[in-house]
Design a protein around this ligand. Structure first.
Ligand code: OSB
Ligand code: MG
Length: 370
């Protein structure tokens, strides 16, 4: 397969409600849609899910677009691709920049599946037809608002709830939820908002029988996470830290975490993601599929990955209506008994809604490769 043409759409989709993390608030999901066309005219899609500012990881949409245009696509243009795994090898000379790589890697997986006449799920050997999913709730203004939000999601059928925390919006918020929902699969995500000085507080959170606590300490810290894991029963889960299989092995060897939030974008694409999932499965670390408030294309990739056998724990993959009123794909992902169906059509199995894409596109760029 040879890639002949690339197009980038910068899309700004309004979120139904603002999403607050310890980093800040997001009321619009801005992302890049990457459209790749091969020599046969087959079209594949990838979603570039970096943010506008480097507050989650180092990349931004603009830095990633730059890397794609000036480094990755020129390399791709000279290459005959035989397998989707070739992308990972081809780009390994570029350090970091995982989200830029993941966008191209994803679009190539979609293309390979379409060329072979199969679904992405089949290409990934992902056999589950439905996957259990959870919801990630942003930081709320008060405990009352949080409780009411949890009630609504539980009523909709979500069986696993993740709550974003930060200093002063943590222990009492989680306690209130735990009191009302003693058996709920509940977890907290700190997005690196704590330091070792707050270990006494984290030990109190440890009393709440959470399924895990995600990324309490800083992005790249393995040592303090290991110190914490020794002192609490609640599994520590790493998100921001994990950019590769190497990072995962490091977390395992140092015992920095018992669980990994796996995001395709954060680890440079599906090939690396599957390597990480297999490793976790072999060594008994819990691996689950995280989210980045993806629009429809990105969500389709997450669902296919989470349909593989290594994934048992419900991911941060919610129904479309939890995020957006309008999306850039025609289908809506819907929740049925706490589960989402895995698309079985060709490739990613979802279709671009051209009208909505046009409506929410704020910039577009054509890149001819031949
Ligand atoms: O830390 O997992 C995170 C969203 C954006 C950036 C980071 C994170 C998140 C979420 C949302 O938690 C998960 C979702 O897409 O529903
Ligand atoms: Mg997280």
């Amino acid at each position: 397969m040879k890639i002949q043409h690339a197009k980038l759409y910068k899309v700004a989709l309004p979120l139904i409600e603002p999403f607050r993390t310890s980093y800040g608030v997001l009321d619009t999901k801005t992302f890049l849609l990457l459209e790749l066309t091969d020599e046969l005219g087959t079209v594949g899609y990838g979603e570039l899910d970096a943010f506008l500012v480097p507050d989650y990881t180092e990349e931004t949409l603009d830095t990633a677009a730059h890397i794609i245009e000036f480094l990755l696509l020129p390399k791709l243009k000279k290459t005959l691709l035989k397998e989707p795994e070739d992308i990972r090898t081809l780009f390994s000379w570029v350090k970091g920049n995982e989200m830029a790589k993941a966008a191209i890697d994803s679009a190539c997986y979609d293309l390979f599946a379409k060329r072979r006449g199969i679904s992405l799920a089949e290409l990934l050997r992902a056999k589950q037809k439905k996957i259990p999913v959870g919801v990630s709730i942003g930081i709320q203004n008060s405990e009352e608002e949080l409780i009411s939000s949890v009630r609504n999601y539980v009523a909709e059928g979500y069986t696993r709830v993740k709550i974003k925390i930060k200093p002063h919006a943590d222990l009492s918020f989680l306690q209130k939820v735990r009191e009302e929902f003693p058996d709920l699969l509940l977890m907290a995500d700190a997005n690196s908002a704590y330091t070792t000085e707050q270990i006494p507080l984290l030990k109190q959170i440890d009393q709440l029988n959470l399924a895990m606590i995600e990324q309490p300490f800083s992005v790249r810290d393995f040592v303090n996470h290991a110190q914490l894991q020794k002192q609490i029963h609640t599994p520590v889960c790493l998100d921001e830290n994990i950019r590769s299989l190497e990072d995962t092995i490091q977390a395992y060897k140092l015992q920095s975490a018992k669980a990994i939030n796996l995001k395709i974008a954060r680890v440079g694409g599906l090939t690396e993601a599957i390597m990480i999932a297999k490793f976790c499965d072999q060594v008994g670390m819990l691996v689950w599929c995280g989210g980045m408030l993806e629009a429809g294309i990105g969500r389709a990739f997450n669902i296919a990955l989470a349909a593989r056998s290594e994934f048992h724990f419900p991911g941060d993959i919610s129904a479309t209506k939890r995020y957006f009123k309008h999306d850039i794909i025609k289908q809506d992902f819907e929740l049925n008994n706490g589960e989402i169906e895995v698309p079985q059509g060709l490739g990613i199995g979802v279709e671009i809604d051209r009208e909505n894409l046009q409506r929410f596109t704020i910039e577009e760029q054509d890149i001819v490769l031949d």
